[in-house]
Ligand binder design. Sequence first.
Ligand SMILES: [Zn+2]
Length: 304
Amino acid sequence: MKKHIRLLIAGMTALVMLAAASSSYVVKRGDTLSDIARELDTTVAAIAEANGISNPNRIYVGQELIIPGSNAYIVQPGDTLQKVARKTGTTVAVLAEANGITNPNLLYVGTQLQLMVPTHTFQVDTGSATTHVVQAGDTLGGLAARYQTTVSSIVELNRIANPNLIRIGATLVVDGGGWLCPVLGGTFFNDWGFPRSGGRFHEGNDIFAARGTPIVAPVSGTLLQVVGNIGGYQFNLEGDDGNLYIGSHMDRFAKDGYVQAGDTIGYIGDSGNALGSRPHLHFEIHADRENPVNPYPTLADACG
Ligand SMILES: [Zn+2]
């Protein structure tokens, strides 16, 4: 089976930026240089050298330190993308691309910015066609809605003479049905990596929609229902495409066990630690069922 994964390898830009990347840090009360070095994954000597510090015990509150070799920068009050680019020795264009920023004027204090375009950008190929075996009761309108395509596209692809006559058991090719938008009409942005309590960061995207909006399986696979204090009503979908999909904070479940792409698996809500917040689906993609990756490029492609 074809693996629906596309790895885009960025060019030399990333390597050049790697050499030049540096971050900055404003000293807070109680900080020591060794604390800062440990926190930002560098050494006291490297910070001392980059800042011309002769006595590492003498740093002062409010002092802005250059942190060489760091790939992360925390947005400070008053920062603009231009200021961050200047402080860290990169460009606005690279920052925008590395962080999926579409509006450079919207920058949130506390956001952790990546200073380089990641070498590997993960995106599930959402454009591939799929096939559907016609079942009793299927209509072209129903199939078009299920696979997020149009009747005319299915008619054209399968050279159907009479759209009202489709034979049970016939195999239809459905365009764009390779990876379905999990929440049609939902709104989301690239909130991957936003800081969370306890030093954690946001390992997914939040898709906002009205409570009760159906959530569909993006791919076929085996779905496990999980109930917990954090994720609330959560699905873990082991996709037939080899990836793991996790969705949290649902209002209720709809389906368990083996599911087809397009099956309703649950409904938008605010369960778990999202209780009382704006109803949304916290959505994660774990590439090859291992590390979480930013779902944004895939969602933007499938839901746009
Ligand atoms: Zn979330």
